[in-house]
Ligand binder design. Sequence first.
Ligand code: ADP
Length: 451
Amino acid sequence: MKSLYVRVVLTFFVVTVLALLSALLTGLKLFETDLNDLQQSEMVTAGQNIIRLYQQANPQDLDAFLSGTDALVSYPVQIVAASGETKIYGAEKYADPVRISQNAIDRVLAGGRYQSVVKAEGAFVGLPFSSGDEHYALFLLPSSKNEAMIIRLILTFLLLTLVFGGLYILIAARYLVKPLKLMTQATKRLAARDFNVALKMKRKDEIGTLARSFNEMAQELKQMEHMRQEFVSNVSHEIQSPLTSISGFAKALMDDKLVTEDNRDKYLAIIHKESERLSRLSDNLLKLASLESDHHPFTLAAYHLDEQLRQVVLACEPLWSAKSISLELQLPSAAKITADPDQLNQVWMNVLGNSIKFTPNGGRILLAMSRTTNGYAVSITDSGKGIAPEDLPHIFERFYKTDRSRNQISGSGLGLAIVKKIVALHHGSIHAVSTIGHGTTITIQLPEKIS
Ligand code: ADP
């Protein structure tokens, strides 16, 4: 009962029976008058035939003659004599007993033809005829034989429609239900983490569209699963290296009682640095997760972007002056922007931080800003080591580092991913140009207002 297949077939049966019955009843109602007229005119013809035969044969015995005609017509015949004597021939053919009114009898005996009002009296006709001096009224009454035949015809038609229709729908339903069965199997495989499911369906209908959406979803899930695995492995790797370092140096400090004062300080400094690295990693991970969720607070404010950039440069001063980097600013004044100041602060810190990190002692950094049609373009150019062309398209990916070796200065590879996300949230764009050995320019375009 519960399978779709059975439901389709049962629905077909119920719908067909209901449709045929309603069609039949409506049809009969619509043609009721026509059908009755037809029946009555047939009755009149039958009656006239009987009378004509009687007059031609002119038999002595009316009763015997009428009993004989019984086999010729399919309607029951009622004879009413002027004396009031009534006789019925073929009573077994009665459908519904009709009550012939005295008025009808009188009219026919007076020589007129009577055609009943079907709705009020039932369908019958009355014809006058005379035998010698005697006047008679001959009535033809509705026949059960005819009605039974019509009902039999209708029932046979209904039954045949159900039998043939049922057969066809059994085949058609299979065609409808089969793709759904395939999809259920595919969904089960997906649930069991088998993402290599692709439904092969060329149909152009709704089921085809559903199958295509299903395939797209499976692809997406496959990609997400791949990203998840990569993410977990990256995070574990990033956590593992500082932890190994911390645990190694802590163990050395514990085991070796004879560690010199100098080495002791060195080990402790490494432990401290690696702990900070871990803390920065978890900080960045949380930030990225929060930015990627839809619930990240986004507090817009109108402020001067040039002012913010100056403050960032000032905040980083210990870093760039320690490397004797000359930092040049080309900023217009009063460049007003509506954005989230904290988030953009993070953007400038990360990008400028990278430039300082990857620029050698005595290098140069230029921080320039210009107007664009709808906002500002900020570019940070350094004279650092540059990025190889094969690395350039990937630097905004999570955990991507051009220097895969355990380089002290490299971070976790999340900085630019965070930058890209924040810029996207501000409806801006970011791109990098770099020549290995010469330097890198990172340009960020932001609209003046988020529309
Ligand atoms: P990280 O935290 O490691 O700096 P980022 O996401 O900020 O990660 O940067 C990704 C990688 O892109 C860096 O590891 C570095 O190799 C490269 N990179 C970014 N900025 C520069 C730059 N100004 N000069 C050279 N390489 C850069």
